[in-house]
Design a protein around this ligand. Structure first.
Ligand code: MN
Length: 250
């Protein structure tokens, strides 16, 4: 493993999205009667079951006011996101899903049930979404600077044209889903996914490395904006954390 791979793996671990519970695993193996009675006589210790987890919210529920109100943030994090975590872990256990880690699960999600797909996506997408937002614009006027601005200018002509295209992707996603900026083969691509599909999934209609995401499910904005998704998106630009987008750019 070279230094880049090491750093990449360390980063993934430090994000805390993956918790392979060793305590749970050892408790399970103590009670695993079928293995103890394995007629082949071979010991096959069960691998720790993959468990997905919520990251700690990097700011207070009030931090994204007035773009996103505190009540929406609290319900979104403690109810919606938490439910995806509970449901995916139940499904992983019930269906005896075997995956090395969260990335491996997403890359082979088409092999598993709709419950695993929808809830695993719900866990990953929201962990990502919380991180690419932050209290107050990271640079004046809520605009990116440095290499992010350069890359957006080069790919889309200007920051305003990028915003327009990204907004359009969010507005045209019929029903529930996400708008994305991804990197694919060195190119920046704007698109959207339905439901909780994620560009890291083998089955996703949009594939690539996520750089920025916007939740356009009604639960993300209905309390404050009701049916006005356009106003939600317009105000959301003020809380994009461009420093986090920069970190994810190659
Ligand atoms: Mn959501």
């Amino acid at each position: 493993m070279d230094r880049k791979q090491f750093l990449s793996r360390s980063l993934k671990v430090s994000l805390g999205a993956i918790v392979a519970g060793p305590a749970l695993a050892s408790a399970a193996s103590c009670n695993s009667a079928p293995e103890a009675n394995d007629p082949t006589g071979e010991t096959t210790p069960s691998a720790p079951a993959l468990q997905l987890a919520q990251i700690a919210l990097p700011y207070a529920y009030t931090a994204l006011e007035p773009s996103i109100d505190a009540q929406t943030m609290e319900i979104h994090y403690t109810k919606h996101h938490a439910a995806y975590v509970k449901n995916v872990n139940e499904a992983i256990a019930a269906e005896r899903v075997v995956a090395k880690d969260e990335a491996d699960l997403l890359a082979r999600i088409g092999s598993f049930s709709a419950k695993v797909r929808n809830n695993a996506g719900g866990v990953w997408n929201h962990n990502f979404f919380w991180q690419v937002m932050g209290p107050g614009p990271s640079t004046p006027l809520g605009a990116p600077g440095g290499k992010v601005l350069d890359a957006l200018n080069a790919s889309f002509g200007s920051f305003d044209k990028f915003k327009e295209a990204f907004t359009d992707a969010g507005m045209k996603r019929f029903g529930s889903g996400w708008a994305w900026l991804v990197e694919r083969n060195g190119q920046l691509v704007i698109g959207s996914t339905p439901n909780q599909d994620c560009p890291l999934m083998d089955v996703s209609e949009l594939k690539g490395k996520p750089l920025l995401a916007l939740d356009v499910w009604e639960h993300a904005y209905y309390l404050k904006y009701q049916n006005k998704r356009n106003e939600y998106i317009a105000n959301w630009w003020q809380v994009v954390n461009w420093d986090e987008v920069a970190k994810r750019m190659a």
